[in-house]
Every structure is written in C-alpha cells, then in structure tokens.
Design a protein around this ligand. Structure first.
Ligand code: ZN
Length: 248
C-alpha cells in the first residue's frame, strides 16, 4: 500500500502536536483514529521517506521527531488548510445577503482588475476580450461566464490574479449562471452585455478610469437587479440554487 499526500500531512500534523518522539506503532494508531486505513508497514515506509527528506529524524527505539524543517512544513500546511477552509466558507453562499456581499466584494476587486487590465493587458488579451464580447449564440453564454475571470487574469497584478482565481474557481461557474438567470428574469441581460462591451472598449483604449467606472456601474447593476429579483418573491429560488452549488 502506498501512502498519500493526505496521510503525509496528517502524520506531520500529529508529530507536530506531540511533545516527544513518535514511534511507527503510535503513528499508525493516530492515523487510524483520523480515519486513514493504513498498515504499520506503510507508516514505516512513510517515515523513512520523511527521514530521507530531512523532515523527521530517528531517535532509535524511542521513535522519531520532526526536524526544524519538518516543523516549518507542518506549520505551513496548517496555515494553508486554514486559508483554504476560510475561503471555502466565505464562498459557500447561503442566502441573498451572502450573494449581495459576494458581489460587493467583487466590485472592490474587479474595479482594480479592470483598471490594471487597461494599463497592463497584453495586445493578444485585448484581442481575446474583444472577441469575447462580440461572440454570439452559445459562445455568448460562455463569454458571460468567463468574462470576469479573464479580466482578472489580464490585470497582471499578482494579488488581484490570486483572489480572482479563487473567486472564479470552476466550482463557482454555477453562481455565474445563477446571475445570468437573474439578468434574464430582470430583463437586464442586454444592458449587462453592453456594459461588458463598454469595459472592453475602455481597456482597448487604455483608459483605466473608464474601465474602472464601467466595472463599478456593471457590479452596481448586478447588485441592484439581484436585490430586486429577490424582493419580488424569488428569494427562495436563489436559496435553492445556491444550495446546489457544491464547493466540496
Ligand atoms: Zn458581467
């Protein structure tokens, strides 16, 4: 049986929380308590592997301890998993209030994304954005889902790109489709499409102020339409559709 990265992370975490050395038998017991179906020989191989990578050190019969590097890796893994779970929690939207908060957060990030894209987008990215907003038929729907993600990447601001990658993770594509459904029901889609074209025209003209302004207008409109749609007796529909979006 091969060990997995998840087993390795769990073992590092277990060793990090132990004051003294941990033997293969105790490590196996702890891993099983954490739900891993693992044999003691697999744990021994994993520990040898960690020794070779200088993450653990053998103290003979007493067992093993983490090296300084091992503690550093374990601490980083813990921070990474906290960050991942806090993002997952933030992106798990439950009601209209969460959805409006999400759009308001996007407005803050995306106005900077649009500004930076106007200043930094490569010519081929500008051409791609132009082609996107001119798309018709089924490509049009694709464009509506991918447009905001594309602007985020074209910002060439590492901070904006990192947040944008998280906000527009593929698992959130259904959210973008939910917004499109609201746009259709509120008769706002034609206006939103025009706003996409206005944003791209400003980026094309290297007009950072214009790109930012149109992005804010666009997100303001989406927030307004979402609230109006919810207030006209459709909040339950939004809640049902949000519940179907699975971030796990
Ligand atoms: Zn849009």
């Amino acid at each position: 049986m091969r060990h997995t990265p998840a087993m390795e992370s769990a073992l590092l975490a277990i060793m990090n929380s132990h004051a003294g050395p941990v033997g293969a038998r105790a490590a196996t017991r702890h891993l099983r308590e954490h739900g891993f179906d693992i044999s003691e020989s697999t744990v021994s191989r994993l520990l040898t592997d960690l020794d070779e990578r200088a993450l653990t050190r053998s103290l003979g019969k007493k067992g093993r301890v983490l090296t300084e590097e091992g503690r550093r890796v374990a601490a980083n893994q813990r921070l990474d998993s906290h960050r991942a779970s806090s993002f997952a929690d933030a992106l798990s939207l439950r009601d209209v209030h969460d959805l409006v908060d999400h759009l308001a957060c996007r407005r803050g990030i995306e106005r900077e994304a649009a500004r930076a894209a106007a200043l930094r987008a490569r010519p081929e990215e500008v051409a791609h954005l132009r082609a996107m907003v001119e798309a018709s038929g089924s490509a049009r729907l694709q464009e509506r889902v991918a447009f905001h993600k594309t602007i985020g990447q074209a910002s060439h601001n590492k901070q904006v790109q990192a947040i944008s990658t998280t906000l527009f993770d593929e698992r959130l594509d259904p959210l973008e489709r939910l917004l499109i459904m609201i746009g259709i029901r509120q008769d706002a889609l034609v206006r939103w499409d025009q706003e996409h074209r206005d944003i791209v025209a400003s980026i094309s003209d290297r007009d950072a102020d214009g790109a930012e302004r149109f992005m804010v207008v666009h997100l303001d409109g989406m927030i307004r339409e979402t609230e109006q749609f919810a207030n006209s007796g459709n909040a339950h529909l939004i809640h049902t559709l949000l519940a179907e979006i699975d971030l796990a």
